[in-house]
Design a protein around this ligand. Sequence first.
Ligand code: AGP
Length: 614
Amino acid sequence: MCGIVGYVGNKSVVDILLDGLEQLEYRGYDSSGIAVMCEEDIKVYKAVGKLQNLRDKLKGHETEFNNSTMGIGHIRWATHGAPTLLNAHPHTCNCGNLVVVHNGIIENYKELRKSLEDAGCIFRSQTDTETIAHLVARKYAQCKDLTEAVRLASEEIEGAYALCVMHNDCKNKLVITKRNAPLLIGIGDSEYFAASDVPAIIKHTNKAVYLEDNQIATLTPDSMEIIDIDKNNITPKVEVLPWEPVALSKMGYKHFMLKEIHEQPDVIRNILVGRLHAPDEEIILNEVNLNKERLRHLNRIQIIACGTSLHAAMVGKYLIESFCGIAVDVEASSEYIYRKTVTDEHTLVIGVSQSGETADTLTAIRQAKAKGSHILIITNRPDSAMAREADSLIPVNAGIEVSVAATKSYIAQLMAFYLLSLYMAEIKDSIASSTLTSLKTELMILPQKIEQILAHKENIQTVARAYANTKDFIYIARGINYPTALEGALKLKEISYINATGYPAGELKHGPIAMLDETMPVLSILMNGSVYDKLLSNSEEAKARNARMIALTNSKDEKLNELFEHIIRVPDVQELFSPIIAVIPLQLIAYYIAEFLGKDVDQPRNLAKSVTVE
Ligand code: AGP
């Protein structure tokens, strides 16, 4: 959470900072601020709310910073202290000579604050970050070297942080450092950028260095020097970033979420490229660095993830158990890390994460790694912290996902699980080859089926509008689509703020049925297969309590018209692939309701795309 940018070079800095922050708005957007090195001294500008408020505030101040070529910026997702002007970054020391922006959480900030207050520092905000400003300023007063001051301060700081620091005495020097939070350096022509993520710099350069934990970089227009916490010089590893700036455009869609929903057929095609050539050929998954013998004898898998990625993991469990007969446990990372987990070198641990940065999942996989488990990461960000921890890495190649509500990354994660489970089934010889061929045939035509749904989305829009004013929403399903119900409900909650819940339909009668009456919409994910009849009975039970019934189905049964007030029909598909088909209308329902209600679809309140705090 939170995004930081920094620039030192030869261009006017303010636009670079604001554009960079705009690209990082997915990391938080409850306040923002910049600090600019001006001729006389550093000037700080902050605003509460969206970045546009900061842009508005800067209007008329242009003459103050027109010639400035160095500065730092921040976009905030509040952790310590409400989103107010005082809590917004950048934070300064008491004399105002030193400014800092920070992403992360300083765990020992209370102790640090106490000792800094005892030493005479006056705190103005409730943030953990302000301690860093005072701490580095005090170190600087002793050593008169900004890099050394940051290094000394980082020896005392506990927790996660990415920092950019400027001091009035150093007119063209930016010092940055990180621990357990992302930070990269973009390399331009006599200029350097610092940013939490690629989108902030990709417009300017595709040459970058990923700073590693406890490294400190000193950037001037003409130099980049990196040391570690023990003052050893580090030779930077320069990488070429893979992304094109065009990926960040809405391409004519009203919202990124809608664009990303429409990208899903191509996301499936992309992930299959090079991995599945034809139904009668073997799946190629060179990314799995476990030899076939070990895979054949694997008898336990744990999958850890959060949010939407957790729902993909739940589908993954179903697939691996069905295709390979291996026992799989799925757990929310935030739970996994605070109990005694039974894992060892014989367990395959799979971490699933769009961002590859989610703090809970990162901690969980590090714990499992320390116990000797093989770590397989499924992520959309092969350049992320999680990817760097991986023993095996399956990049899902969905392209940058800008909307906070995950859509295309979910489909890509599901595809990774289809490929992985079928790949393991081939090695274990656990499915008849004719079945495998038919499964792979179906896998390859999923994009066309999604395209059919997208081509007829008006009906989904009509249904969505019919329920836009509901206060609550229930999604029911069974078997492999129970996670689909959870995901549909999560999408609706996230972007429309309607209280939506997903239930395994058989559980309805054990409590939730008490809530049903004529005001409650119940959407039944009624896909052909082993649980169709059971789910139909559960839908009847809900109807008998006067609930407003909606079916999402691939059944052609005309009798459904009697039971359901609205029916969303989708192309037929084998049951095991139905999560891919069923989730698309649910994403669209959430989208159309939120859009109809005038909500901020791409940046819903209180959320951030990458949750980098535990
Ligand atoms: C999805 O719509 C959410 N924004 C959220 O639940 C997300 O899936 C979760 O925070 C996990 O993120 P990750 O996949 O980047 O680890």
